[in-house]
Design a protein around this ligand. Structure first.
Ligand SMILES: Nc1ncnc2c1ncn2[C@@H]1O[C@H](COP(=O)(O)OP(=O)(O)O)[C@@H](O)[C@H]1O
Ligand SMILES: CC(C)(COP(=O)(O)O)[C@@H](O)C(=O)NCCC(=O)O
Ligand SMILES: [Mn+2]
Length: 910
């Protein structure tokens, strides 16, 4: 299998070498997946005995004279440790008998743009400086990688090449000498065994942390902080589970590494190692290697997929002459004795197929561990068992076998669960043990998992030296594709029925769905964004599910796979054009297309590879992928052109609106929002439409076609809330949050006039827009200028924008005489914290969260924000969801309607 790697900065070893050797022997490239890197000279750590002299002192954090930096009222102020001389590394290791696991942190570049809009919004909303957390986590990324312990030199070279052994400050400032007192937290036996080697090669001390402590700390962190970390795996079906923090304990943690530990966990730091077994991952790999001559663990696992253990295991039927032993509930295919047939006098090792041996061994060991785990769960009255360790390897058959054993023996009482970061528990725990990095209380909403290029294939492996820059990344992609055609083709499946279904009470993973390495899970990079918050107006954040479309339904995934694949070329063209169409842009465009196709192919093969996947995640993945190849804003010029065209007709529209009665005007405004939502460059049907007329023509056409009742039409209820009935005049809403969608007509001719109406009625309006570009969506950065332009033609908008501090720059010369308008309700703009056409309201900017506190009306607009996501979301205030459906299948599925049907769903707070 072609190997892309997990880490964004890593490339496949062979490919890297190819690049350096000027394209010779390209045929080596694909199909070879070395587990670890062979690093180029420039990345090599100094040889043993070299460079940095020893220091035996074991540094501690010096908290004396610790002081809060900046504002004391901030929730998580930065803490300065002036007397802290030793530089704390943000790398932690778990050096096990088989594998070295590495977790490291890289800091974000400081991206805070302190523009005036943000400042005024913050002042108005009474927020100081977000909620930055304490020293030194100011946002960053957590990376996960692994090496074989036998190749520890590659690991040392990797650490050296990334300068992970230098403390944070030294890494950030290359002028600073490496601090000889740097300590690295490490756990696992290798922390003792290799301490001297680390000192000699890297000049760092390993600060040893207890292994069990780390496993538990890692597991607790993952289960609390990462959404959908745990999943069940039965009969080939993965199901992600969200565990309530309050109901987490007690559980049994079974870590299947080289050996197996069973730990009863009762709380944070509260645990007891209750059992273990020496028959573990090392046994499978060790015995398997001897018996099959396999060269790698993955090969051994792969062999098992084609095996039939019935040729080597003694089955009940073998003993009972083909019959079941039904009295005690054993079918003829139950394994009576693993490897029992090998007692045969007339067969030698060579007479057995390696495939059969591997499967027999895998089943024996997995089943045995499942059974011992169950017994311990029974002994301690525990219902939940989490399995970790790299033996599991996300392998479907292994998980099914373990689940089966637990389910069978406990008669369904106990449940086996697995973890996406299976093998990294200890390393994460060691990482957590650094004091004062503030990570321990991070919440799920502050972590965003990303799968940068390199992610499509299995997680955590290092295949080559770190890629230095964008250029290396691109050439890696280019090389990859020259040979990597198989990446876009579905992975071939093993013929059905060859996976050895005859066996003990069969975990019924079908041969047909077990594919080579397909289910091994990808581990992404965790982005820590401490300023993200849960949207406070969600009725119930615990049950909130942003995605309307669940892509675990395979036909659904296939449909969207096709839609996104077909749209890809058009997107690449736009992206390349947005960067001037240069050769460099073309190269990046190609690389982007390859990377995104690779993601799609990986997901087609294993939809759960990146965790729980909804349509919103897929759309966001595409945007992330664009950004990765430095396409900042692919639709920039399209947005500009449409803004200008729309702003030119806005004055006429406003005059027309003002001539109407209140009632007609409200209807026309909502119609206008729906009609203008047709300008969506992400929808195939609409893009085809744009070739048929000018923006204004299409807008008119769209408006003329508006016919009530819309497919979902709650307008009358909304109107009553706004205008009342008879003499009853309801009070206006206090504050409305308008989640805007597309630039151009959508925002200018649709949402702005609606905002203006609300302002006129005395409602404060907050326009909520994307922090980063996505398709042709308008961003929070772009809005003030658009509003300023519109305000030139409209008093209401002008006064409100002034009151909201939006016109600080833009209107400086046109505002004489309108300086103070304290009487006007303000119009504000806040960013939503995301860069996607959809929105997950569990992760919004602190700015939006603050703005939400006084809001009693939210209006979600567009397909991405109101249909793909949040269609079923419930709020603590009135909510209006407005969108035109620009996709036939979605229209049929969601509203039993047709393309271009409209949704006006109003859900008043009851
Ligand atoms: N690439 C690999 N090389 C060796 N063993 C692997 C590999 N991938 C998975 N394994 C399995 O994982 C086990 C090691 O798991 P791990 O959790 O890292 O434990 P340890 O800390 O004892 O090294 C091995 O014994 C083997 O069964
Ligand atoms: C990406 C989008 C959600 C953006 O829609 P919007 O929120 O702008 O209304 C939408 O264009 C979409 O679902 N496009 C893919 C479907 C298609 O091309 O038919
Ligand atoms: Mn959009």
């Amino acid at each position: 299998m072609a190997g892309l790697t997990e880490d964004p900065e890593l490339g496949i070893n062979d490919i890297k070498e190819e690049t350096e050797r000027n394209n010779k022997h390209i045929d080596k490239v694909v199909g070879v997946v070395a587990e670890e890197s062979v690093l180029g000279e420039r990345d090599m750590a100094p040889p043993a005995g070299g460079l940095i002299h020893r220091s035996s002192s074991r540094p501690q954090l010096d908290l004396s004279k610790a002081a809060i930096q900046g504002n004391f009222e901030e929730r998580n102020p930065t803490i300065l440790l002036p007397n802290q001389s030793d530089d704390i590394s943000h790398l932690a290791l778990d050096i096990g008998g088989s594998l070295i696991k590495l977790v490291y942190f890289s800091r974000h570049e400081d991206q805070s743009i302190n523009d005036k809009r943000k400042k005024t919004v913050k002042e108005r909303l009474g927020i100081s400086n977000g909620n930055r957390r304490s020293y030194p986590i100011l946002g960053g990324r957590l990376h996960f990688v692994k090496f074989e312990t036998s190749k520890i030199n590659h690991c040392l070279d990797f650490i050296y090449s990334k300068q992970l052994h230098r403390g944070m400050d030294a890494r950030w400032n290359s002028e600073l000498p490496a601090n000889e007192n740097t300590v690295i937290k490490a756990t696992g036996g290798g922390a003792y065994k290799f301490a001297d080697l680390f000192k000699e090669r890297l000049g760092v001390s390993l600060d040893k942390e207890d292994e069990m402590n780390c496993l538990v700390a890692g597991a607790n962190f993952l289960l609390k902080a990462i959404r959908h970390e745990a999943f069940t795996h039965m009969e080939g079906q993965k199901e992600f589970v969200q565990i309530d923090h309050n109901e987490l304990f007690p559980y049994l943690l079974v870590n299947i590494g080289s050996g197996v530990s069973m730990i009863k966990v009762d709380g944070d730091g509260k645990f007891q190692r209750v059992s273990g077994t020496n028959v573990g991952g090392g046994t499978y790999w060790g015995l398997g290697r001897l018996l099959t001559k396999c060269k790698s663990f993955d090969d051994l696992l792969e062999l098992s997929q084609r095996g039939n253990n019935g040729t080597i295991d003694m089955l009940v039927g073998d003993i009972y002459g083909g019959m079941d032993y039904s009295k005690i509930g054993l079918s003829a295919s139950t394994i009576a004795s693993s490897f029992g047939k090998a007692i045969s006098d007339n067969k030698e090792l060579e007479d057995y197929r390696p495939e059969d041996i591997s499967l027999s061994l895998l089943r024996m060991i997995s089943y045995n561990i499942g059974q011992i785990s169950y017994l311990n769960a029974l002994l301690f009255g525990i219902k939940r068992i989490f399995f970790g360790g790299f033996f599991i390897r996300g392998h479907a058959y292994t998980m099914d076998t373990i689940s089966f054993a637990v389910h069978f023996w406990s008669k369904g009482e106990a449940q086996a669960m697995f973890l996406r970061h299976e093998g990294f528990l200890g390393a994460l725990g060691a990482f957590m043990s650094y004091e004062k990095h503030g990570l321990d209380d991070l919440m799920a909403h502050q972590l965003v998992e990303r799968f940068p290029m390199g992610a499509p294939y299995t997680g955590g492996k290092i295949h080559g030296p770190p890629l230095g820059d964008l250029n290396e990344k691109i050439s890696w992609m280019e090389k990859f594709l020259q040979k990597g055609t198989e990446i876009t083709a579905p992975v071939p499946m093993a013929p059905p029925g060859t996976t050895g279904l005859g066996g003990f009470e069969v975990p019924s993973s079908k041969g047909g769905i077990l594919r080579s390495d397909a289910s091994a899970l990808n581990v992404g990079v965790l982005h820590l964004v401490p300023s993200l918050e849960v949207f406070p107006l969600l009725a119930d954040p615990k049950t909130y599910e942003p995605n309307t479309i669940d892509l675990s339904d395979h036909s659904e995934f296939e449909y969207w796979f096709t839609v996104l694949s077909e749209h890809l070329q058009d997107l690449v063209d736009k992206a390349v054009a947005s960067e001037g169409g240069t050769d460099d842009a073309k190269r990046r465009g190609d690389a982007f297309a390859r990377a995104f196709s690779a993601h799609l192919a990986r997901l087609l093969e294993e939809p759960a590879a990146y965790g729980k996947l909804g349509l919103a995640n897929l759309l966001e993945l595409r945007e992330e992928c664009l950004r990765e190849f430095q396409f900042v804003d692919a639709y920039r010029s399209i947005k500009q052109r449409e803004n200008e065209a729309s702003l030119a007709v806005l004055p006429d529209l406003l005059i027309e609106l003002d001539s109407m009665s209140e009632e007609t005007r409200l209807l026309t405004l909502i119609e206008g929002v729906l009609a203008a939502n047709i300008f969506d460059w992400g929808a195939r049907a609409c893009v085809d439409l744009y070739h048929k007329g000018t923006i204004i023509e299409i807008y008119r056409m769209s408006r003329n076609k508006m016919q009530r009742p819309w497919r979902v039409d709650d307008f009358d209820v909304f109107k009553e809330r706004m205008l009342g009935s008879g003499d009853k005049k309801p009070p206006p809403h206090r504050r409305a949050l308008l989640f805007v969608d597309n630039a151009g007509a959508d925002v200018v001719l649709g949402m702005l006039p609606l905002a203006r109406e609300l302002l006129r009625r005395g409602t404060e309006v907050v326009l909520v827009a994307n922090s980063l570009p996505a398709l042709n969506d308008v961003t929070a950065m772009e809005l003030p200028e658009i509003v300023a332009e519109a305000a030139k033609h409209c008093d209401i908008l002008r006064r409100a924008a002034e009151a909201g501090g939006l016109l600080v720059d833009a209107m400086i010369n046109t505002l004489d005489g309108y300086k103070e308008n304290s009487s006007s309700v303000p119009l504000m703009v806040v960013e939503n914290g995301c860069g996607s056409p959809c929105i997950d309201l569990r992760q919004v900017s602190s700015e939006l969260a603050a703005a939400a506190k006084d809001a009693d009306l939210i209006i979600l607009e567009g397909m991405g924000r109101a249909l793909h996501t949040n269609f079923n979301a419930q709020f603590k205030c009135d909510a209006l969801k407005l969108a035109m459906v620009k996709n036939q299948r979605l229209a049929e599925k969601l509203i039993n309607g047709n393309i271009y049907d409209c949704v006006c769903r109003y859900e008043p707070l009851r």
